[in-house]
Design a binder for this molecule. Structure first.
Ligand code: 5GP
Ligand code: ZN
Length: 111
């Protein structure tokens, strides 16, 4: 399957992992919208949030977001996590992922 995030999770595209475990990899966004902009990407392919029924994975994604926020020292000032879903949700890469944004004041829904 020609999926850019599958290539990242399989290390076919070089990217430096901020954090990684058996089911997830976190990498810096190629086009950052804030000083900290990390993508938390499941190693298993789900095209959108709707396709994934794995509640454990949802928990793992949020748990990794907490871990990254602490690791990067943004937890006290604050951060935001989002999962854009389908076209009007702003999804452009159809492999489930969570954004973690921080490092500047984020106003409105997406800042
Ligand atoms: P979406 O709009 O689907 O929620 O987010 C997709 C994100 O993936 C965008 O923020 C975009 O900048 C990022 N992105 C697209 N291609 C690549 C890539 O090859 N590497 C990395 N690290 N990020 C990418
Ligand atoms: Zn994929």
């Amino acid at each position: 399957m020609d999926c850019i995030f599958c290539k990242i999770t399989k290390k076919e595209i070089p990217s430096s992992a901020v954090l990684e475990n058996d089911s997830l990899i976190a990498v810096k966004d190629i086009n950052p919208q804030a000083p900290v902009h990390i993508l938390i990407i499941p190693k298993k392919h789900y095209s959108t949030l709707l396709e994934c029924k794995d509640k454990g994975l949802f928990g793992d994604m949020l748990s990794m977001a907490n871990e990254i926020a602490k690791k990067l020292g943004v937890e006290k000032k604050g951060f935001r996590v989002t999962v854009n879903t389908n076209n009007e949700g702003g999804q452009t890469v159809f492999h489930l992922h969570m954004h973690l944004l921080a490092g500047r004041p984020l106003s409105g829904i997406m800042g």
